[in-house]
Design a protein around this ligand. Structure first.
Ligand SMILES: [Zn+2]
Length: 246
């Protein structure tokens, strides 16, 4: 009897937790770590504010995981964090429920660059504590972490209203992603899908949805827009596959 419970427990405990994004699972990865990242923002006061929050978020991920993942350079245009005042048009995500989006572009077998776009029009992002949590979540996406099933994880699909720090599930997730990247770097792994997408025009993005506590309708909208975004990219992939067969 006890053996049965141990088996059930181990099955459920491994089934629920961090997940890796589909592009990462399909074999795309950073060729080197840490990646350089910077805030691009014209308003000096806002730039400095976002920089401080981003550095805090980076520091937390790296201290907890013991890994060197991002190098805040303060210059460059490759991997960027930016504040958008035109979020719906720029990202096609629902601006009512989506706080930010992390977009990963691929080229060959690698992630070529990443962009975190903050929804500057969302009321929750006007609060620095929330914005820091949003940035922490999006930084996780840049390393190939998808949404976790653990509700207290920063990688849960909805924002934690009172963020208390990274969950062990977040730390284990990023360590798993880094270990896999390290393995791919050492072996020079090339995904069979790597050369289907030569141009970086079909990036994979992942939105962060506002807290579930606001209203269930709002968070459902966010989840639906995320699902439809994923469906569109899936349909495109299927169409591309068919075209390549004709
Ligand atoms: Zn997300």
């Amino acid at each position: 009897m006890w053996l049965k419970w141990i088996i059930i427990f181990s099955l459920t405990s491994t089934a629920w937790g961090f997940r890796l994004t589909s592009d990462f699972t399909n074999g795309f990865y950073w060729s080197t770590l840490p990646i350089n990242i910077t805030v691009v923002e014209a308003d000096p006061a806002r730039k400095s504010m976002i920089e401080d929050l981003a550095k805090t978020a980076i520091d937390e991920w790296q201290t907890r995981s013991g890994l060197s993942l991002w190098d805040y350079t303060g210059s460059g245009t490759k991997n960027i964090i930016r504040w958008s005042t035109n979020f719906a048009n720029e990202t096609r995500m629902d601006p009512q429920s989506t706080l930010a989006v992390a977009i990963r572009y691929t080229k060959g077998p690698y992630f070529a660059r990443t962009e975190i776009v903050i929804n500057g029009g969302h009321i929750l992002n006007q609060d620095q504590a929330n914005l820091r949590t949003t940035l922490t979540h999006e930084l996780g996406h840049t390393m190939g972490l998808d949404h976790s099933d653990v509700g207290d994880a920063v990688m849960a699909p909805t924002l934690q209203a009172w963020y208390t720090g990274l969950h062990s599930d977040d730390v284990e997730g990023v360590q798993a992603a880094q270990a896999e990247m390290d393995h791919r770097q050492v072996t020079g792994y090339v995904s069979p899908l790597a050369y289907e997408n030569q141009e970086s025009g079909q990036p994979l993005s992942c939105g962060t949805v506002g807290p579930a506590s606001t209203t269930s309708a709002v968070s459902m909208n966010g989840l639906l827009s995320l699902v439809s975004g994923l469906l569109i990219s899936f349909v495109r992939k299927v169409m591309k596959w068919f075209k390549s067969r004709i």
